[in-house]
Design a protein around this ligand. Structure first.
Ligand code: FEO
Length: 403
């Protein structure tokens, strides 16, 4: 009897057979400080079915977990809900090992998986289709562009589980499988970080999906995402659905971010003065030096802030490059409902803060003030003015929050 890499039962005849990636710290540029998991699920029925696979290096771990329940060759069906390689990387090796009767994917999944791995014999399904496994039936709902064109979710009626691929997941490695076994502050931070960095730009689609969910008439008693812990208690299911709505709406809240890059500490001094001004109004503020805060952590704070203030010096007629990196990333994730301000120091040309202001405009951020700039090093009067700008921004945010 195999004693390691065992499957974990999550419902009658349903097992978690995924992998834990304890030490991943950079997930295509997303800083994963708590590691991640790649969740895959095995359904034992007349048609034995594997739902999703894992990242390629973890295929042996997944197959070992499957083997603790059933020989992989006995698997009849594979369902691939999402083509991104963290879930499909192990698919070619799994298909080779299992030789399944069918591999179910969306039509756009067949295109994406075909581009990655060639034609491995995909069977396409669409919203409204279902397949019988014997006692249970799996129904499919395409969730195009949530967050890839191919994305879909599947629902197993016999266990009342929604297999939601990336949705409702988070990068969180751990020994525990269930969300109710982790402190809420960790779930809130990691689910929020995941939302901010993976699907923030798709906020309206999230709202549309949440609105459509009751109409699908699925009796969902468990949500099993492809990353992080699974949701099983009714109160936790309600919490994550409501949390997603809140993240998607991004209503102004009294929280601010001051993010800056600095060369000789001038912009840093301005950042701290502005932040202190914001703080003086009662608004909670975070200050992030881009030298030690990666873009995904900054985006996490952007998503939860009603006020975003970005500062950088001018270098070679451009904003300092670290700021350009972060702003390109943040803009692509389309933050909503923000007040903003640009600031920075310069020596002779001064394009940096003006370029930041243009990026804030491109994000749709309301900017009550012109870019705040100082030459070389801020004077005491400059720092007082920066403090006052921060205080005015804080008050402007509070007035929005009260509406
Ligand atoms: Fe976890 Fe979009 O892949």
């Amino acid at each position: 009897m195999q004693e390691f890499f065992k499957a974990e039962k999550i419902a009658e005849n349903v097992y978690w057979v995924g992998a834990v990636d304890w030490n991943v710290r950079n997930f295509h540029g997303y800083e994963t400080g708590r590691g991640s998991t790649y969740n895959a699920f095995l359904v034992i029925d007349e048609k034995i079915t594997l739902i999703d696979t894992v990242k390629a290096p973890f295929v042996d771990e997944m197959l070992a977990r499957i083997r603790s329940v059933v020989e992989p060759e006995k698997i009849d069906y594979i369902i691939s809900n999402h083509a991104e390689p963290d879930h499909s990387g192990a698919l070619p090796a799994t298909i080779a090992a299992v030789k399944p009767e069918k591999v179910f994917v969306s039509a756009l999944g067949a295109k994406a998986l075909g581009a990655y791995y060639g034609d491995l014999g995909w069977t396409t399904v669409k919203t409204g289709d279902s397949i019988s496994l014997g006692k249970g039936t799996v129904s499919f709902v395409e969730t195009k562009m949530l967050h890839w064109p191919d994305s879909m979710v599947s629902y197993l009626d016999s266990a009342k589980i929604l297999f939601s691929q990336d949705a409702f997941g988070m990068h969180l490695a751990g020994s525990k499988l269930w969300a109710d076994e982790y402190p809420k502050y960790i779930l809130e931070y990691e689910a929020g970080k995941y939302f901010a960095n993976i699907i923030n730009h798709l906020a309206q689609k999230i709202i549309d999906l949440l609105d459509a969910l009751p109409g699908l008439k699925l009796d969902i008693q468990m949500i099993a995402p492809d990353h992080g812990p699974l949701w099983r208690r009714p109160e936790d299911l309600a919490w994550i659905l409501e949390f997603y709505r809140k993240c998607a709406l991004q209503a102004p809240v009294p929280h601010a971010l001051v993010a800056y890059a600095t060369m000789w500490h001038s912009t840093e001094r301005l950042a701290n003065a502005i932040a202190d001004g914001i703080r003086s109004t009662g608004v909670e503020v975070k200050v992030a030096d881009l030298a030690v805060n990666d873009r995904s952590s900054v985006m996490t704070e952007v998503a939860k802030s009603g006020l975003i203030v970005f500062g950088a010096p001018t270098m070679n007629n451009q904003m300092f490059p670290a700021m350009a990196d972060v702003l390109t990333y943040v803009k692509g994730l389309r933050p909503r409902n923000k007040i903003g301000m640009a600031f920075g120091s310069f020596g002779w040309s001064g394009e940096g803060a003006r370029q930041i202001a243009a990026e804030l405009t491109a994000m749709g951020a309301e900017q009550p003030f012109e870019a705040f700039q100082v030459k070389y090093m801020p004077t005491t009067d400059d720092l007082k003015a920066a403090f006052e700008k921060g205080a005015e921004l804080g008050r402007a945010l509070l007035s929005r929050c009260e509406k």
